[in-house]
Design a protein around this ligand. Sequence first.
Ligand code: PDD
Length: 278
Amino acid sequence: RIVYVNGEFLPEDEAKISVFDRGFLFADAIYEVSTVLQGKLVDNAAHLARLQRSVDALNMGLPCSLEEIEAIQLEMLKRNDINEGGLYLQVTRGAADRDFAFPKDSKPSLVMFTQSRPVIDTAAAQNGISVVTTPDIRWQRRDIKTVGLLPASMAKQTALDAGANDAWLVEDGFITEGTSNNAHIVTKDGVLLTRALSNKILHGITRKAVLALAEETGITVEERSFTPDEVSNAAEAFITSASMFVTPVVTFNGEPIVDGKPGKVAKRLRELYIAFAL
Ligand code: PDD
């Protein structure tokens, strides 16, 4: 694999990043994952806009313009000859002597790598996934897409250890989101429920596109918090993310949702999202 590090395209074993990089020492770093479909980036302008928002929220700055970042992204797709998968990019505040205060003169780092993997034809999309709830122990600025992902990683591992595919996180009795995806349900009345945007969840790029598609198709969308009980009693549940698109959730805390099969709305929204992404 060819990776990108601060101006250079290199074989992955030749790439270097400083031990003093604040991404490594403080998780002082922002990332984005864009999906690649038929050799093209999906909804990438929205990902770059969110990158800018995250960076601004932390007063971090970018090493180059968004246009230049996109040019590097496209070069990475070419050099890795990737048709379907993901492109990961990370910006850190750069290397500086270890100090909790933001350094005044560090130079932001930019790294990228690609991951080749099926996006459309997956077992998760076909059969749906199982989720279990775990407490949301993350920080209070989940709207900033930082690499401080240990709580999310712990939640994912808890889910896997419990025999499930993923975790839905719970705070103050309400679902916030999945470990690395936004959580949605469809009530028995056919209303698509999804948590409203705030600092409590990541403002998903896929969430936004899917909600727009749902409204265009005449599905009623209500942005409000919902409880684990509402999930258990829902007609359907699904997740959205750049890497999973729309993926049905068919088992919740060990119990099937209705018949334990992917729901109609989730299937339809996945089709619509794929058409949008192509
Ligand atoms: N995760 N919520 C969280 C906590 C996430 O980490 C993600 C994305 C999402 C969905 O956002 P989007 O639709 O913009 O991908 C929601 C990425 C895919 C990841 O960490 O790999």
